[in-house]
Design a protein around this ligand. Structure first.
Ligand code: MRU
Length: 356
């Protein structure tokens, strides 16, 4: 049917999809053991899926939230205008509370609101159709921008490079292709031999479960390490570049990303390894002056005291579980966006990215 994502050659799965009138998310909690899709039909269901990590990764969260609004509009389109309008407001509220750090969520919701405001004369059914088209456009655009970033950033990686990445900033974290993994994927597609070192990414294991699996799907050589092994590998000269994604970049270039990113950036500087951050402009939040003001999500203690149904920490132990950290801009060798490569990003250069 029209408006579905274009076929994507570089992966055999879809992170999110609109099929035969149904919205589906690949349940990332079940990977890599199982590849199962969940069908969702309301904003509340999408918000729950975002909160519980069925879908995760900044751009993918934004795309899912956009579909959440479209689903809610479809669900409410047969009722009165008053019920439709109040239901839509509740949906914006519900989705905006699903996770706090990735700014793409708020960016996508704003875009959906702008789409509604642009045509106040439409009937609820027409608004529902317009919101679905907008959600599909956001997802298609995400793939297009990731490919652009891949071309820009892939050029930074030399043939034979050993690239360390953290968390999952791949097709699974976006509508397709990925940001950090998009750079790697594009470099491989251009004929370069790239091998990837991926750290586990405790506590949620996005590296071990998701990135390792995703790279295997594309036959890109991948080696899994414990998070704490990264410094040792760098000290032995076994890492040529670090490439990560971002959940929110402040106006001065500070980068919020998965917990552990800051430690990698410090290690990279110590060992003169370039540290690259790839993200679309929709991840840059110019309303936030520095990383100190980025809201950092803290998740349940159970993510740290064990995994799944397994518990290994003693009962009652005190736990902190901040799931993102902030890397100061001065540790970032280059920021890769759809606009190109910005070396040593700072406030002025980031402002310029939006000027052209
Ligand atoms: O908690 P998650 O899995 O949503 O965290 C994801 C990350 O930190 C990614 O690196 C970031 O969102 C960039 S995804 C292209």
């Amino acid at each position: 049917m029209s408006g579905e994502h274009p076929p994507v050659a570089d992966r055999g799965f879809e992170t999110l999809r609109w099929r035969n009138g149904t919205f589906e998310l690949l349940d990332q909690r079940a990977l890599p053991a199982q590849c199962v899709y969940l069908a969702l039909n309301s904003a509340q269901a999408v918000a729950d899926a975002i909160r519980s990590m069925v879908v995760r990764g900044a751009p993918a969260i934004g795309c899912a939230a956009a579909y959440g609004m479209a689903l809610e509009a479809r669900r409410l389109q047969g009722g009165s205008r008053k019920d439709f309008e109040s239901g839509i407001e509740r949906a914006f509220e519900t989705l905006s509370k699903s996770r706090p750090t990735a700014v793409n969520l708020f960016w996508a919701l704003e875009r959906m609101r702008a789409r509604m405001k642009a045509a106040p004369e439409l009937t609820p059914a027409e608004i529902a159709a317009a919101l679905l088209a907008e959600a599909q456009a956001i997802s298609a655009e995400d793939i297009r921008l990731n490919r652009l970033m891949g071309t820009h950033g892939g050029a930074l990686l030399r043939d034979g490079a050993r690239v360390l990445t953290h968390c999952n900033a791949g097709a699974l974290a976006t509508a397709g292709h990925g940001t950090a993994l998009g750079m790697i994927r594009s470099a491989v597609q251009s004929g370069k031999r790239i091998s990837v070192v991926v750290d586990e990414t405790r506590p949620f294991l996005q590296g071990a479960r998701l990135t390792a699996w995703e790279l295997q799907q594309d036959d890109i050589p991948v080696t899994l390490i414990a998070d704490s092994a990264a410094g040792f590998l760098m000290s032995r000269g076994d890492v040529d570049a670090v490439v990560v994604g971002a959940d929110r970049v402040a106006a001065n270039g500070d980068v919020a990303n998965k917990i552990g990113t800051y430690s990698l950036a410090v290690l990279a500087q110590r060992h003169a390894v370039p540290f690259y951050v790839a993200c679309p402009l929709s991840t840059i939040d110019r309303s936030i002056a520095s990383g100190a003001d980025i809201p950092i999500e803290e998740r349940a203690a159970e993510e740290v005291t064990g995994y799944g149904s397994m518990r290994w920490a003693p009962p009652e132990v005190g736990v902190r579980n901040p799931v993102f950290d902030v890397t100061p801009a001065e540790l970032v060798t280059a920021l890769i966006t759809e606009k190109g490569v910005t070396m040593a990003p700072d406030r002025r250069k980031i402002e310029q990215l939006f000027a052209t």
